[in-house]
Ligand binder design. Structure first.
Ligand SMILES: Cc1cc2nc3c(=O)[nH]c(=O)nc-3n(C[C@H](O)[C@H](O)[C@H](O)COP(=O)(O)OP(=O)(O)OC[C@H]3O[C@@H](n4cnc5c(N)ncnc54)[C@H](O)[C@@H]3O)c2cc1C
Length: 474
């Protein structure tokens, strides 16, 4: 029987006997797919259509034992492994090019224990799966802004969203994980069991094994909150930026705001006359009482003459999906990001100047407000660090796969990022790094926590089996 060529761990190519792959397939509750098999194309289609990697083999795991069998197989055959959660990583880290991709989307169970205020989450879950299940009990944990994103990748890189100012990074609510490490062992990790591994998993990405379950603490949130988006014409940009600074200077933790500059999309909530023209908008999410929200949001709602004001009482789950349509799967995406310590006049001047150079209608510069509780924990409280971040600045470009504007868009993002970077904390979010970012960006993500991460990596994964990620090296 013919051998299969599979990318090796050391950048080489391994000849793997068809019999060994068949034996792996026979041991699985899930399935093993070759490139022409049904389902293979679904797994290899990622959110970022720019990624053109093609694994030799896909394993679709259904059980923890499937994961153990796959980890043992890749270790024994010295082949490359990638782990696919929600497939949303912009750098395409879900896929191995020529190796084996372990697809976790078949492990998508969510179990809420409302009395204990805990949720057990399968590694294939999207944010939407978890929000839907927990909100049936009026509970939530901190997850991100777009519901199709995978919980696994988001959490392992740290995770932030509308609730971060109240409850911190997503990993601040992580209570426990189950993980298959490079030696094929199934381990639990928490603050009291394998605490070093748990510390590393709170931000260190997919470097330490395959997580097969996440356990998060839950909080009372909603189900009704006050949230939405309000937009003004770009002619009001200076005043709105000043308003944003005043609001974020004094906002309670229940209020999170996101400022963005872009050209107006052809969305029904915006007047048709504004479509395609430059706007400045603030997305808000107030998870406190409806009365408190009314008072806290009054300065925003009263400001200037908005083109549209969609801030209203709504379900928390509706807010968690509000931005989904702005990030369609399969388009080409390119981002750069930086954490900011605050909002200076100089930053605003750079922000406006870079926006003026905008190359395409769907590109934008976004300032996510973080801070709050996230800033109060120690820098080494979990590998995620970046406890000095008050804002995350992200410069984003999106274009259609057949558009010739890709190079110009990427140049615009890089130029704007270089200008904005000097206003940063020196840290950046590991989960927003693109495929072309150098290793030193990963060092910058973890700063003082890197050395400890590298020591834990060396202990749990001495062969660097888990290397299709923002790789930690000793
Ligand atoms: C539209 C969009 C919106 C976003 N919004 C936010 C946001 O609001 N907040 C935020 O914090 N981030 C956000 N992100 C970034 C997001 O956190 C990362 O893209 C993250 O990597 C996505 O996780 P995933 O599971 O979908 O990724 P995948 O591409 O499937 O996986 C990425 C990597 O995660 C690791 N991984 C995945 N599953 C496992 C597992 N079971 N065990 C071990 N390692 C695993 C692997 O290293 C893998 O290569 C957003 C991304 C996009 C595209």
């Amino acid at each position: 029987m013919a051998n299969t060529q599979i990318a090796g761990l050391a950048g080489d190519t391994r000849n793997v006997a068809r019999e060994s792959l068949d034996a792996l397939a026979a041991s699985l509750k899930g399935s093993l797919l070759h490139p022409n098999d049904e389902g293979f194309a679904d797994v290899t289609l990622l959110w970022n259509g720019m990624i053109k990697k093609q694994p030799a083999i896909v394993v679709r795991a259904r059980t923890v034992l499937d994961v153990v069998a796959t980890v043992n197989f890749v270790r024994d055959n010295e082949v490359e492994l990638s782990i696919r959660g929600g497939g949303h990583n912009i750098a395409g880290l879900a896929l191995s090019d020529g190796g084996i991709t372990l697809d976790m989307s078949g492990m998508r169970e969510v179990r809420v224990d409302a009395d204990a205020r805990l949720v057990r989450v399968g590694p294939g879950c999207t944010l939407g799966d978890v929000d839907q299940a927990t909100q049936r009990h009026g509970l939530a944990t901190t997850l991100g802004f777009v519901s199709a994103t995978g919980v696994a990748g988001l959490t392992l890189g740290g995770g932030f969203g509308y609730l971060s100012r109240r409850f911190g990074w997503t990993v601040d609510d992580l209570e426990e994980v189950e993980i298959v490490t490079a030696d094929g062992q199934v381990r639990r990790a928490s603050r009291s069991t394998n605490d070093d591994l748990f510390w590393a998993l709170r931000g260190g990405g997919g470097n330490f094994g395959v997580v097969t379950e996440f356990v998060f603490r839950l909080h009372e949130v909603g189900p009704q909150i006050t949230a939405g988006i309000i937009a003004w014409p770009a002619s009001e940009a200076d005043g709105v930026l000043d308003l944003f600074r005043r609001v974020t200077d004094s906002s309670p933790r229940e209020l999170t705001t996101v400022l963005l500059r872009r050209n107006a999309p052809p969305a029904p909530w915006l007047p048709e006359s504004a479509h395609g023209t430059p706007i400045i908008a603030i997305v808000v999410c107030h998870s406190g009482s409806l009365q408190q929200a009314q008072a806290d949001l009054a300065p925003i709602k009263a400001y200037g003459q908005p083109l549209a004001d969609m801030i209203q009482t709504k379900d928390y789950v509706a807010q968690q999906t509000m931005l989904d349509a702005t990030q369609p799967k399969g388009m080409h995406y390119y981002w750069k990001s930086e954490f900011l310590p605050g909002l200076s006049d100089d930053l605003f001047a750079t922000f406006n100047a870079q926006f003026a150079e905008l190359k395409a209608p769907a590109n934008q510069i976004v300032l996510f407000q973080v801070g709050g509780l996230l800033n109060e924990r120690a820098e080494d409280d979990g590998a995620v660090g970046n406890r000095d971040a008050a804002f995350a600045c992200v410069i984003q470009a999106m274009w259609a796969p057949d558009s010739p504007s890709g190079d110009a868009n990427q140049d615009w993002v890089r130029t704007a990022w270089r200008a904005l970077k000097r206003h940063g904390t020196g840290g950046n979010y590991v989960n927003f790094q693109t495929a072309d970012e150098a290793e030193e960006r990963t060092l910058e993500s973890y700063r003082g926590n890197y050395e400890r991460l590298a020591a834990i990596k060396a202990r749990y994964d001495p062969l660097n089996l888990f290397q299709v990620n923002r790789n930690i090296r000793s």
